[in-house]
Design a protein around this ligand. Structure first.
Ligand code: PGA
Length: 253
């Protein structure tokens, strides 16, 4: 199955609007003409509009880092799928481990958000991953299964649209400790097998599964040759034009 690789930059709570626009303009210039990688940036909500204006109709696509599961209403501080869609977001990161760990997001809430994104035609990037304690006690695959089933609860093959899964071991995020290629592949293969059990071979075969956690220009190539790794969700290294460009061009000389 030929899956188009996805490289997504999660800027987290970094950049001012001006810095974000500079980063977007730099990427637009350096990445012009690349049409065999789906390139995504996820700036903070505050400058989605400016970044969308900067990237224009280039090959860079826009994602938000989160969203409410509700369309509108009395939810002070929340941002709805309708709003991010109107700003040009084609993707939304859902259930990032920082949302789960720091803001108490549960699989049930994550699931509501996935369903809301699909309802609005926004592609969810559903994040799952284990802590280091869970890995040490050999619970990794159990945790992955629970988060995957929880996040995709209620979906079936008929309403499945494009959903991207991001495997991000929590112990590898922002720590400089990447999973080895083999550790990542083992979990990616398990995710694909689980998707096959839940939704069938066709959906499992076409779903892009990204790796995230200290991805850098010097470890991306080894990850990308793994058969079930279809791209990366990149935090720190997506904040500079040079390093994100190198990651996206990992297979070009
Ligand atoms: P990192 O973050 O690349 O800085 O480890 C990845 C992520 O949290 O998506």
């Amino acid at each position: 199955m030929n899956r188009i690789p996805v490289m997504a930059g999660n800027w987290k709570m970094n950049t001012t609007p001006d810095e974000g626009v500079r980063l977007a303009n730099g990427l637009k210039e350096k990445l012009a003409g690349i049409d065999d990688v789906e390139i995504i940036v996820a700036p903070p909500f505050t400058h989605l509009f400016q970044v969308k204006e900067a990237i224009g109709s280039s090959n860079i696509r826009l994602s938000s880092q989160d969203m409410s599961p509700e369309d509108s209403g009395a939810y002070t501080g929340e941002i709805s799928p309708v709003m991010i869609k109107a700003l040009g977001c084609q993707y939304v990161i859902i259930g990032h481990s920082e949302r789960r760990q720091l803001f108490g997001e549960t699989d049930a809430l994550v699931n509501k958000k996935v369903i809301a994104a699909l309802k609005h035609g926004i592609t969810p990037i559903l994040c799952i991953g284990e802590t280091s304690a869970e890995r040490e006690s050999k619970e990794t695959l159990h945790v992955i299964l629970t988060q995957l089933k929880g996040g995709l609860n209620g979906l079936d093959a008929d309403i499945w649209k494009d959903i991207i899964i991001a495997y991000e071991p929590i112990w590898a995020i922002g720590t400089g400790k990447t999973a080895t290629d083999e550790q990542a592949q083992e979990v990616h293969q398990f995710i694909r097998k689980t998707l096959e059990d839940l939704f069938g071979e066709v959906i499992a075969g076409k779903t892009r599964i990204l790796y995230g956690g200290s991805v850098k220009s010097d470890n991306i190539a080894g990850l990308m040759v793994q058969p079930d790794i279809d791209g990366a969700l990149v935090g720190g290294a997506s904040l500079s034009v040079e390093s994100f460009e190198k990651i996206i061009k990992f297979n070009r000389s």
